[in-house]
Design a protein around this ligand. Structure first.
Ligand SMILES: Cc1cc2nc3c(=O)[nH]c(=O)nc-3n(C[C@H](O)[C@H](O)[C@H](O)COP(=O)(O)OP(=O)(O)OC[C@H]3O[C@@H](n4cnc5c(N)ncnc54)[C@H](O)[C@@H]3O)c2cc1C
Length: 203
C-alpha cells in the first residue's frame, strides 16, 4: 500500500516547547472567519529536552513539574482542536516544490505537503535534508555545538519558511522556546487575516 500523504497549510517539524506552542496558538484561531478550513500538521520523534527537565521556574507551570508531564499536557491541549494533527516520526527530508509548497518525507515513507513550514527541531540536532539553509553556531547556546538558523528578526527564513523554539536563537528556557513558537504562529495568523492579529479569549 502506498504511504500516506497528509495535506497541510502549516507543517511544524518538531513537537517540543516551540513547535507545540506554535501549533496550539495557530489552532486556537480556528473560529475566525479568515481561518477557513486550514490544517496544521506537527511531526515529532520524541527527543525534546523537556524529557530531561524538572521545572521550578517556568512561569505558570506548577513548581516541580516533570518536563515530560508538561509535554504531554501540551499535546493534550492541542488535541482540543480538530484542525491540528500530530504525527509520530522523524522527518528525514523537506524541500520546496515547484510552485512554492513544501514536501516533507518521514522515515516511514509518509509525506506531508504544506503551504508553510516551521522548523522547531531544537538547538542540538540537524538531520533534515533538502533545505537550502544550514544551521550556524547558536549565539546564546553556551556550548559550541549548539545550533541556530538565521532569520529576518521575526523568525522568517524565507517566504513561508519559519524557525521556532531554540533553533531560532533564544536562550534555553521553556518560556523563551514556547514564546518564539507563539510569535511564529501570530506572524502566520496575521498573514492569513491580512492584518496584525492575535487570539484572546475572555471569561
Ligand atoms: C536537563 C535540562 C533541564 C532543563 N530545565 C529547565 C528548567 O528548569 N526551566 C526551563 O525553563 N527550561 C529548562 N530546560 C530547557 C527546555 O527544556 C528547553 O528550553 C526547551 O525544551 C526547548 O524547546 P525547543 O522546542 O526549542 O526544543 P525541544 O523541546 O528539544 O524540541 C525539539 C523537538 O524536535 C523534535 N525533532 C528534532 N528533529 C526532528 C526531526 N527530524 N523529525 C521529527 N522531530 C524532530 C525532537 O524530537 C523534539 O521533540 C531544560 C533543558 C534540559 C536539557
Amino acid at each position: 500500500m502506498p504511504a500516506r500523504t497528509h495535506p497541510a497549510d502549516v507543517l511544524i517539524i518538531g513537537g517540543g516547547a516551540g513547535g507545540l506552542s506554535c501549533a496550539i496558538t495557530l489552532a486556537s484561531a480556528r473560529g475566525k472567519n479568515w481561518f477557513n478550513d486550514r490544517r496544521i500538521v506537527i511531526v515529532d520523534d520524541g527527543t525534546s529536552d523537556l524529557h530531561k527537565a524538572k521545572l521550578f521556574n517556568a512561569p505558570g507551570v506548577p513548581p516541580g513539574t516533570l518536563g515530560s508531564d508538561l509535554l504531554s499536557g501540551l499535546e493534550d491541549q492541542l488535541q482540543q482542536y480538530d484542525c491540528a494533527t500530530m504525527l509520530r516520526g522523524t522527518v528525514q527530508r523537506a524541500e520546496r516544490l515547484p510552485g512554492g509548497r513544501f514536501i516533507a518525507t518521514l522515515e516511514s515513507g509518509e509525506e506531508v505537503i504544506a503551504m508553510s513550514l516551521v522548523i522547531a527541531t531544537g538547538y542540538k540536532r540537524w538531520d533534515v535534508e533538502g533545505l537550502d539553509h544550514m544551521p550556524q553556531q547558536h549565539p546564546r547556546g553556551g556550548k559550541p555545538d549548539r545550533i541556530h538558523l538565521p532569520h529576518d528578526g521575526c523568525y522568517r527564513i524565507e517566504t513561508d519558511l519559519h524557525v521556532a523554539g531554540l533553533l531560532a536563537g533564544g536562550s534555553s528556557q521553556f518560556a523563551i522556546a514556547a514564546g518564539i513558537g507563539t510569535q511564529v504562529a501570530v506572524e502566520l495568523l496575521s498573514e492569513w487575516a491580512g492584518k496584525r492579529t492575535h487570539v484572546h479569549d475572555t471569561p
